[in-house]
Design a protein around this ligand. Structure first.
Ligand SMILES: NC(=O)c1ccc[n+]([C@@H]2O[C@H](COP(=O)([O-])OP(=O)(O)OC[C@H]3O[C@@H](n4cnc5c(N)ncnc54)[C@H](OP(=O)(O)O)[C@@H]3O)[C@@H](O)[C@H]2O)c1
Length: 384
């Protein structure tokens, strides 16, 4: 068995890398709602836990008195909620070929964040099915790809096999959506429907995001002035604060809620204009939204998405039209988008994001952030 890294070693590694940020924006010391009964502490195993979604699950779980174990390769060091990791047991292994650290142990629930192959889920679910009460698999609304149908819900059939390539041969590996759909079934096969929870998040936003795909909004809106917003006013957008997903996962585990759920926000359908207006409230500056609705112009400018907006065409026609009713009934709640934008901005400007990453993104001349002024000037010319 590979050694179980002590919390101190783990934290020390984080500190050596100059990472340290207090518990981010969750109000963690008071996250028990009024009137909410105290839950029995759970032993929670998180497969993963140290990148984006994981640290928010960890912090919320610890704040509610649960015991948390993470299982990773020990490569990714958490950049937020680092204090919470002082109380976490960190197991080291590899989902690809080393699950030894998970053997002969018991937990109440396993949360599988790090699934990247159906076979990985098969092996962990088989190994843990008699030792763990429940399997919570983090899937994705990507299971509905290609997104050609509006209002899909959890009962909509999903692809379990990729179409053949143009040359008639089968693809070498599963596409992301097919991999997630097959993984969900692997969890259910081992744990049974009554002990499996599948959470399908849409685009998650918030502190600790390792992608830069949302950063246009906080960085641009913070400055005010004329703000380029692409798309028709009613082009649908869906997104969710990563902390809303994380906290809900822990509550699903506390309540032993099984079933499949689309974790998609906001609560009510929203167009890109409303999104931009609400997001701009994150900052106390004057903003003037310049909505550029002309699809041909946007394509000419190579603007086909700025998450959460994706040009609603072809295979992405309905990517932001996923039903969220079942999840809301099961207790999913949503932060206001201005909170997500402000907290993401503050996180980006904190030490949790290294200077190299900030500089690389902010000076990348190909991003819409860098090209915005030129796009708006070209738009004035195009309009005549
Ligand atoms: N981001 C989005 O918008 C979005 C939307 C829908 C669904 N999702 C899904 O959300 C899930 C959560 O992702 P996250 O990255 O935020 O989770 P996370 O639990 O915070 O981080 C991923 C973890 O996986 C570990 N890991 C990677 N490869 C591993 C391996 N071979 N063996 C063991 N551990 C390994 C990493 O640690 P080490 O590197 O140290 O191993 C890291 O702790 C993913 O399944 C993703 O598909 C994301």
């Amino acid at each position: 068995m590979k050694k179980s890294e002590s919390k101190r070693d783990f934290l020390k590694k984080g500190l050596t890398l100059g990472i340290g940020l207090p518990l981010v924006g969750t109000g963690l010391l008071s996250c028990m709602a009024e009137g909410e009964s105290k839950k029995t502490p759970l032993r929670i195993l998180i497969l993963g836990g140290t990148s984006f979604l994981g640290p928010h699950q960890v912090a919320y779980a610890i704040s509610r008195g649960h015991k948390v174990t993470t299982f990773t390769r020990g490569k990714t060091i958490p950049t937020v909620n680092t204090e919470a990791f002082e109380q976490v047991e960190s197991l080291i292994g590899d989902r690809q070929d080393n699950l030894t650290a998970l053997e002969n142990r018991e937990w109440d629930v396993v949360i599988d964040n790090s699934g990247r192959a159906a076979d990985w889920t098969h092996r962990t679910a088989e190994l843990l099915k008699d030792k763990v009460g429940m399997y919570l698999y983090i899937s994705s609304t990507g299971v509905y790809y290609p997104h050609r149908e509006a209002n899909v819900d959890e009962d909509t059939p999903v692809l379990l096999k990729d179409p053949l390539k143009e040359d008639g041969t089968a693809p070498e590996r599963d596409s992301f959506g097919v991999m997630k759909a097959k993984s969900e079934l692997e969890a259910i096969k081992s744990f049974g429907e009554d002990r499996t929870t599948v959470v399908r998040p849409t685009y998650m936003l918030g502190p600790a995001d390792r992608t830069d795909r949302f950063m246009y909004w906080p960085l641009r809106l913070a400055k005010g002035g004329d703000i380029f917003v692409p798309g028709k006013a009613d082009d649908p957008v869906q997104y969710i604060d990563v902390r809303d997903v994380a906290e809900w996962c822990i509550r699903l585990a506390e309540n032993k809620t099984a079933g499949t759920y689309n974790a998609a926000g906001p609560q009510n359908p929203q167009g890109v204009l409303e999104f931009a207006e609400k997001a701009s409230k994150a900052f106390d500056v004057e903003s003037n939204i310049v909505l550029v609705e002309d699809t041909a112009f946007l394509k000419e400018q190579r603007v086909s998405f700025i998450i959460p907006w994706i040009m609603p065409e072809d295979d992405y026609y309905a990517s932001a039209l996923v039903q969220n009713k079942r999840a809301i009934q099961a207790g999913l709640s949503f932060r206001e988008v201005k909170t997500t934008v402000k907290d993401t901005y503050d996180w980006w400007n904190s030490e949790a994001v290294d200077t190299e990453r900030k500089t690389k993104y902010e000076q990348n001349t190909r991003t819409v952030l860098a090209r915005e002024k030129a796009i708006l000037e070209a738009w004035q010319v195009a309009k005549g």
